[in-house]
Design a protein around this ligand. Sequence first.
Ligand code: C5P
Length: 225
Amino acid sequence: HAPVVVAIDGPSGSGKSTVSRAVAARLGLSFLDTGAMYRAMTWWMLSNDIDVDDAEAVAIACGKPVIVSGTDAAGPTITVDGQDVSGPIRGPEVTAKVSAVSAVPAVRARLVELQRGCAEVAPRGIVAEGRDMGTVVFPGATAKVFLTASGAARAARRAAELRAKGVDEATIAAMAADLDRRDAADSSRETAPLAQAPDAVLVDTSELTLDQVIDTVAALVEERA
Ligand code: C5P
């Protein structure tokens, strides 16, 4: 009997991470944030002075870092060569460059293999979130969800989060523009672009509360598991 795999894809700010973690915790499944792996790879490239806009240099170097993702939904961890990078991978330097690094096929090949490995060792199954979970990494997933939200809803959520952290309005506007740029890059790249799998269920979260989205996704998984 194959283990449960829940594939959750969507653009930044669709609520993917929060929803995926909550669903994993509720159903007793492991959790995998694949965006964190692309961020960790990018962090390592920047820390080692690799020119991340040089796809060939990135492809040559990407086999080197040892990236380990903890898959505990209650507190996922990520390390590069043994160093915890959960903080630095969320910074603006990594965020600005992650789309360039994640567009390199050799990077994707390496991380996809690690992602499948995580699913194989998850004791009860896994909720994996990213951009290509349903289309490329887990084509045979138990359940596939594509989360979207209107541009306005995504921007408003992101702004509220940043405001709560005390971030000023100019920075909030700059980050909104960067988010649009990243989504456009992720959707238009050649290898594994952000896309809804034909058999994924589309959930538009614009008008739903977080609890409603979690209930919807959890119900779908229970129906199919
Ligand atoms: O999910 P998050 O915003 O942290 O992802 C950061 C970046 O990693 C995305 O903008 C995208 O370029 C890349 N990514 C990807 N494929 C995934 C997950 C993330 O290309 N499965």
